[in-house]
Design a protein around this ligand. Structure first.
Ligand code: HEM
Ligand SMILES: [Cu+2]
Length: 763
């Protein structure tokens, strides 16, 4: 099968699909409702303009979109570009999964498979993720911080327009190759020898030298130039975001109340600003090696390892560059559908900043099998393990935000919860990989592919789609099809789990990655993974369908607060902007909520208690409980001692038992020491154990619970100290053990009950 035909046909079908939807949409909506005249950026709410194919309309559209410097327009351009790249890279992914349905390399050739995972990785990481996040940021960040536009609107446009040529350069191999084949019908091969020597690049997205430095394929150089250009575009965008957040904040927006998405975009931009120039330098060095005969990466002076250091010094921060905006979106969207403010806001910000700093100290964990000094490896292992902490802090804060909340299971919320789940599995598998001995075994296996896809698929596109749903009313003035969206979200979560969960298992079975063929015994699992991938593909198409279709057919919004955010005091600035726009354009009056949601927190600090306060009250609680337990245990032990002394007096109990107890504790045959052990154990161990277990013990009354506990405990003692009694002696022994323990349980329970009643002031 010729893959170029398939790629081409795939892209064409996609384009046709979108065009057809657009045309049908315009027909149905009839265009009778008058047009919104001049654009002021973004889409007009309630937009009903159909597609009119007159020259004037097309020309106006072309001029508007190619010359715009409005942040909302540029945001949309970024999002559309990133989505196109995602479909192109996603098509590569689907083609790989198609190949992997069978053990042999029978659908595509091995070389093609290599090209597929190279272009898939690069397109997804560089041209899909950051452009979409920059797009979302462009659209909403100025609204969130009350700025008129980005700090440098023209630079913003330049930053965007560098991207399409960069993508074309990176992926030009396919055009040159197809062009060469077509021209080959008309021209002699000598004249188009250069074209014919071009192939798509198959050296892997990490471009490891020496292969990438010595391979003849001229397309590698074009690809390096394209990547360099994309790096310039990213740096430009990052500078713009930093300048905007620092200098364009409206009055009243301080660092302390800057919203969480802006914090994340700011941090991401800062990481990008430090990481991308390094990639740029490395790329230039590689281009020089390839074309001007320099020897930076030559084998013999350690060059290949130098490339790896330079590449991963960018590469690992890049992981966080693409991940942080997703967490920012999750922290923004999740609270809206829970009705509670983000828990521990400040700690989410600190953890974001912590990740930014630490992300520059972990790069060599990608090189644990590349001949790095073991002492160096150990330090990278330590930081790689430590970087899990700030991510875990975020996760716990999300969970705590949901706790006791009034959860509305809308499509964006399903995606948020799904993200947390896949992210936790993806993250924890990463913590394992950070350990050198584990990485040495699993580095080259599907375990790695499963691990990082659970994150790059499981949180990044999820949050993009969630953002698409959440802000859809604001972008278009309409609602998306909510039933379809919920189905789509579930399908996506199921597809991702099936695909990448299976890859983790394949990796644990040590199946190597980056091969088109594999031993036949892995076929069933590989097929499961491929089926999961096709489910993902379907879910993504359904999302696209919903976004495009609802643009013409969705229910129009009826107020500026379609998510009922006012009821929980979360009507944030971008929605306020939307509401005022609806009012000024369409005379829609602002709404007031009927009721405040039960889980809403009116006090802005209530949702995020200060950490120190939280620890303080925890410590206080624990202290009080332990002190109460010790006191109760002591009283119980004293009551029991009374029974013991009485028993000694009437000769039922032998003090020798205390000596046995001391011997059992390894202290020798001493009655005094035995009694001390008894006192200490009774006061501490048994009392604290009772407190720890009380929820699992029967009975609502504390006294009942205490007696039940004592009964169970006494059985242990009877067995431990049974010394061959029979008949009446045995009955006496059992009765005594029970009564003595009951006294203990009674003392324990009554004291605890008394303390509790006093605390709640019922006494
Ligand atoms: C539709 C969902 C996706 C599918 C089915 C998919 C599938 C695959 C497959 C089959 C491989 C090659 C594994 C191998 O042979 O070693 C791969 C590699 C890769 N994927 Fe994806 N992928 C998807 C989404 C993504 C996304 C969203 C990203 C990034 C944002 C991404 C980034 C990468 C990268 C960087 C590699 C290279 C791994 C390596 O270095 O070995 N993928 N993917
Ligand atoms: Cu890394």
């Amino acid at each position: 099968m010729n893959r170029y035909l398939v790629t081409g046909a795939g892209l064409l079908v996609l384009l046709g699909f979108v065009c057809a939807l657009a045309v049908v949409g315009s027909r149905r909506s009839g265009g009778d409702e008058g047009r919104v005249a001049a654009s002021d950026g973004g889409y007009a709410p309630g937009h009903r303009e159909g597609i009119d194919l007159s020259a004037g309309w097309l020309w106006n559209g072309l001029v508007r979109w190619t010359t715009t410097t409005d942040h909302k327009d540029i945001g949309i351009l970024y999002i559309v570009f990133g989505t196109v790249a995602a479909f192109w890279g996603g098509l590569d992914g689907m083609m790989m999964r198609l190949e992997l349905l069978t053990p042999a390399a029978d659908v595509w050739s091995e070389a093609t498979y290599n090209a597929l995972f190279t272009t898939h990785g690069l397109t997804m990481l560089i041209f899909f993720v950051l452009p979409v996040f920059f797009g979302i940021g462009n659209y909403v960040l100025p609204l969130l911080i009350d700025a008129d536009d980005m700090a440098f609107p023209r630079v913003n446009a330049v930053g965007f327009w560098l991207l399409p040529p960069a993508l074309l350069l990176v992926r030009a191999g396919i055009f040159f190759q197809v062009g060469g084949q077509v021209l080959g019908f008309f021209l002699p091969p000598e004249e188009i020898a250069l074209l014919l020597s071009v192939e798509e690049v198959g050296v892997g997205w990490t471009l490891y030298t020496p292969l990438s430095a010595t391979s003849e394929n001229p397309q590698i150089t074009t690809l390096l130039l394209g990547l360099h250009l994309s790096g310039v575009a990213t740096t430009v965008g990052a500078i713009n975001f930093i300048a905007t957040v620092v200098h364009e904040r409206g009055p009243g927006i301080t660092w302390a109340n800057l919203d969480i998405l802006s914090w994340n975009l700011l941090t991401t931009s800062a990481i990008a600003l430090f990481a991308f120039p390094l990639l740029g330098s490395a790329l230039v060095m590689l281009i020089l090696d390839r074309t001007f005969g320099t020897a930076f990466f030559a084998v013999g002076n350690g060059g290949p390892v130098l490339w790896q250091h330079l590449f991963w010094f960018w590469g690992h921060p890049e992981v966080y560059i693409i991940f942080l905006p997703a967490t920012g979106l999750l922290s923004t969207i999740l609270p809206k559908f829970v009705g509670r403010k983000l828990f521990g806001f400040r700690f989410v910000v600190y953890s974001t900043l912590g990740i930014a700093v630490m992300s520059f100290g972990v790069w060599a964990h990608h090189m644990f099998v590349s001949g790095v000094d073991p002492r160096v490896k150990a330090s990278f292992m330590a930081i790689s393990l430590a970087i899990a902490v700030p991510s875990a802090i975020k996760t716990f804060n999300w969970l705590t935000t949901m706790w006791d909340g009034n959860v509305r299971l809308t499509a964006p919320m399903i995606l948020c919860v799904g993200s947390i789940g896949t992210f936790v599995v993806g993250g924890v598998t990463g913590v394992f990989l950070a350990a050198v001995p584990i990485d040495v075994v699993y580095h080259g296996t599907y375990y790695v592919v499963g691990h990082f896809h659970l994150i790059v698929m499981g949180i990044i596109p999820y949050m993009m789609m969630a953002a698409g749903y959440y802000w859809y009313p604001l972008l278009t003035g309409r609602f998306y099809d909510r039933r379809l969206a919920r189905f789509q979200s579930w399908l996506l979560v199921v597809g991702t789990t099936v695909t990448f969960g299976t890859l983790v298992v394949l990796g644990l079975l040590e199946l190597p990655r980056r091969y088109a063929n594999y031993p036949a015994e892995f076929a069933p699992l590989q097929q499961v993974a491929s089926i999961g991938a096709f489910l993902i593909g379907m879910a993504v198409l359904l999302w696209l369908y919903n976004m495009v279709w609802s643009y013409w057919h969705g229910d129009p919004v009826e107020s500026g607060d379609p998510w009922d955010l006012k009821a929980t005091d979360q009507f944030t600035r971008e929605w306020q902007w939307f509401e005022s726009r609806l009012e000024s354009r369409y005379g829609m009056q602002p709404t007031t909520p009927d009721a405040v949601r039960p889980s809403a927190t009116a006090d802005p600090d209530a949702g995020s208690p200060q950490f120190a306060k939280g620890v303080g009250s925890l410590a206080e609680n624990t202290g009080r409980t332990v002190a109460g337990g010790l006191l109760a245990g002591f009283v119980g032990t004293m009551l029991m001692s009374g029974a013991l002394f009485a028993a000694v007096a009437i000769g039922v109990f032998d003090t020798g038992s205390f000596a046995e107890l001391a011997a059992l504790a390894g202290l020798g045959d001493s009655v005094a020491l035995g009694y001390t052990v008894f006192l200490l154990g009774g006061t501490t161990t048994w009392a604290l154990l009772f407190l720890a277990l009380q929820e699992y013990l029967p009975g609502r009354l504390r006294v009942g619970t205490g007696l039940a506990y004592a009964t169970v405990m006494s059985l242990g003692f009877m067995i431990a100290f049974y010394s061959g009694q029979t008949g009446l002696a045995l009955v006496g022994y059992v009765g005594f053990a029970l009564v003595a323990h009951w006294l203990y349980g009674f003392g324990l329970a009554v004291v605890l009950e008394f303390l509790e009643l006093r605390r709640t002031r019922r006494l």
